[in-house]
Design a binder for this molecule. Structure first.
Ligand code: NAD
Length: 480
């Protein structure tokens, strides 16, 4: 396990500092104070990680393990993660500023990723395809080889499980560049992977800035497939880099997801879920329900119910375990404040920041806006903070038009007791997941997840992710 004061990269089964000794300070979002340092990796560090992954793959040290044995390693990692649940929870909460119970839930989800893909590793079958007489045709699924993963700061532990577990289960050797703002849980999980017995080079992790380590990894000719989660702007540059190297990539880029509330819904059930969907992780969730589209006949009533909930919300340091924590960084706080200040109207209601919140922490009191014009910037762009915009609509067709009127398309929630409308709405919405009379901010580990348009492309989670980290080889055999 690494010392508290200084973290290192995991390359080829060994902990190493950045080649030139460069370090970045890590600050706790709850108080803004620096408490550890991570390597500021150079191009050479990234090259070494890619080389190590290539060696693990091509030497057979990793790729020749049976699918069952790869699965067993992931299941062992699940066990170790579970045994270290409290330690990982503390690391994650301190690094991201999220309340302890949210960090705990994230670690539980991370365990589930390792369990799900550990169990799935040896269930990925090929096909026999009927063809002309005298031919035997098989389509087999093969790993890409070396996959690179660039992840954001909002769910560092979960992202480790979500993107690495299916890639490893499918037989790839992986290189992860986690976000510089929060990468301590991924480093701790990489340490557990080492302890679980993953061969050297199967799992590599290089910390550092996006501009240096991230950019170099995305453009690396030794990478066979890229998986990126983060902002649409960086996603576009990652995709361009993948294109130059003629390799595939999946992009998960956030959203402006609607919660659509029809007048016939059970409003007492709806309101707490709508509030939670924007408050969870301080709204820094790609699938946050950041727009509430509410049928006009119940608009005022729902706004009153939402206001009373918002008024009771408090942002506080992670260890106090209140409704929400600090935002990740001073830069993110500035970004959210800019959206707030440029809004056309004043908020209808705001929560509080606790009196115990230290001066240097990045706190933003949750804000409820409505009625908001659908054209307003705050109603169209991803704020990535605890800001809910409410928009009234009249007919079902208006709800569909408004819901689909952003460049994003990640998830949507539909609240109605009319069964036919549930089906019509779920078909008409342009997004990757639709929740009916519930909202799960991204859904379970088992459920395919991903977006359309500016939310990205490709699917994570479930068996789709496992298949997504493989390519099909068709073998055509003539027999006499
Ligand atoms: P970002 O896209 O800059 O960072 C995401 C990851 O990409 C990090 O690991 C970062 O180091 C890396 N990166 C940055 N520049 C890179 C480059 N040129 N080449 C390769 N990798 C690079 O996101 P951010 O600055 O952390 O957040 C900005 C906004 O992005 C947020 O306000 C939010 O709207 C959105 N965001 C979305 C998600 C999501 O889950 N979809 C997560 C975080 C942020």
């Amino acid at each position: 396990m690494q010392a508290e004061m200084e973290q290192q990269n995991l390359i080829d089964g060994r902990w190493r500092p950045a080649g030139d000794g460069g370090l970045l300070q890590v600050r706790c979002p709850s108080d803004g104070l620096a408490f550890t340092r991570i390597p500021e990796s150079t191009n050479e560090d990234v090259d070494a990680a890619v080389r190590a992954a290539r060696k693990a793959y091509e030497s057979g040290a990793w790729s020749r393990l049976t699918a069952t044995d790869r699965g067993r390693l992931l299941l062992r990692l699940a066990e170790l993660t579970d045994c270290n649940r409290e330690r990982l929870t503390t690391i994650e909460a301190r690094d991201t500023g999220k309340p302890m119970r949210q960090a705990r839930a994230d670690i539980e989800a991370t365990v589930r990723y390792f369990e799900f893909y550990g169990g799935a590793a040896d269930k990925l079958h090929g096909e026999v395809i009927p063809f002309s007489d005298g031919y035997h045709v098989q389509a087999v699924r093969e790993a890409f080889g070396v996959t690179a993963h660039i992840t954001p700061w909002n769910y560092p532990a979960q992202m480790f499980g979500r993107t690495l577990a299916p890639a490893l289960a499918a037989g790839n050797a992986v290189v992860l560049k986690p976000a510089e703002d929060a990468c301590l849980a991924p480093l701790a999980l990489a340490g557990l992977a080492l302890e679980a017995g993953f061969p050297a080079g199967a799992v590599n992790i290089v910390c550092g800035t996006g501009e240096a380590a991230g950019r170099h990894l995305a453009a690396h000719p030794g990478v066979d497939f890229l998986s990126f989660t983060g902002s649409p702007e960086v996603g576009a540059s990652v995709q361009a880099a993948a294109g130059r190297n003629h390799v595939g990539c999946t992009l998960e880029l956030g959203g402006k997801s609607p919660q659509i509330v029809f007048a016939d819904a059970d409003l007492d059930t709806v309101v707490p879920v709508v509030v939670n969907a924007i408050v969870q992780n301080s709204g820094q969730t790609c699938s946050a329900g950041s727009r509430a589209l509410i049928q006009r006949s119940v608009f005022d009533r729902v706004m009153a119910m939402l206001s009373s909930r918002f008024a009771s919300l408090t942002a506080a340091p992670h260890h106090e375990d209140r409704d929400l924590g600090a935002l990740i960084s001073a830069a993110q706080l500035k970004r959210v404040e800019a959206f707030f200040e440029q809004a056309d109207t004043a908020p209808l209601c705001r929560g509080d920041v606790s009196g115990s919140a230290p001066e240097g922490g990045h706190y933003f009191a949750p804000a409820l806006f409505g009625p908001v014009s659908p054209e307003a910037r705050i109603a169209r762009e991803e704020v990535f903070g605890p800001v809910l915009c409410c928009i009234p609509f009249d007919e079902e067709a208006d709800a569909v038009r408004l819901a689909n009127a952003t460049e994003y398309g990640l998830v949507a929630g539909v609240w109605t007791n009319d069964g036919s409308r549930q089906v019509r709405m779920s078909r008409a919405l342009r997004c990757g997941q639709v929740f009916i009379n519930c909202f799960g901010a991204g859904g379970g580990i088992e459920l395919p997840f991903g977006g359309v348009g500016k939310s990205g492309h490709g699917r994570e989670k479930g068996f789709e992710a496992l298949r997504g980290f493989t390519q099909t080889k068709t073998i055509i055999q003539k027999f006499g």
